[in-house]
Design a protein. Sequence first.
Length: 272
Amino acid sequence: MTFAAKYGPWALIAGASDGVGAAFAAGLAERGVNVVLLARRPKVLDSVAAEIESRTGAQTRTLAIDLTAPDVATRVAEATSDLEIGFLVYCAGADPNYAPFLDNPIGAAEAMVQRNCMVPMQLCHHFAPAMVKRGSGGIVIFGSGAGLAGAPNIVAYGATKAFDMVFAEALWAELHDKGVDVLGLILGKTNTPALRELEYRRGHLGAPDGLPVDAASVDDVIAEAFANLTNGPTWMVGEDMRAALQMIASLTRRQVVELFTQAAAAAMGPDR
């Protein structure tokens, strides 16, 4: 069975405007799968779609929807009701604030839970039944090393990414023997526009388009993702992430949290 036959004819990519989402969408299109690009910025989405169509010949559809909206899953379902979605990718959900939990309004944490937990759960519940019925399909949920332990400044974000990891693992347990590949991708530091902006604000980069230290490239992340679609339920991306997982496995939970706390303090930047 070809890639497109197994995972096509259409894929939905949430968080497709830049970074790993846009790269994953391009990778799917290169493999013969048409792509629905979902994010909140219409002009950026249109640019990504035009680039994919000109380079691959795949069909595209753009959905400019804010993933924190309470009705996002219903709107996505309605906008794709005429398509056969054989692949779902959820890679939205970066934390732009990096501040103590009590320094942000509770609405910021609630929006994070909506975007990182409720919406991917709702989309999986909507799109997975058709994949199960036909006996093939794929679901990829992007997680983060921040979900491996609690740490300051990413209280809600880390918790939502822990949810994503366990949710993907449990979904894999239920669906992988029904022909649906489910993979939770756990990323470490990755050179995306969101990270560059955050590092610049922290004072770690001299310019917004600088290169973050020790950050994996988007191309390397996407290559590992496609190479391990059938190696669920969880895949730690990069040698550093795999080494970190081995290290924290030997520590108590308190020691792990203390280690993450030290890393959070270092990440605050020279003036914090």
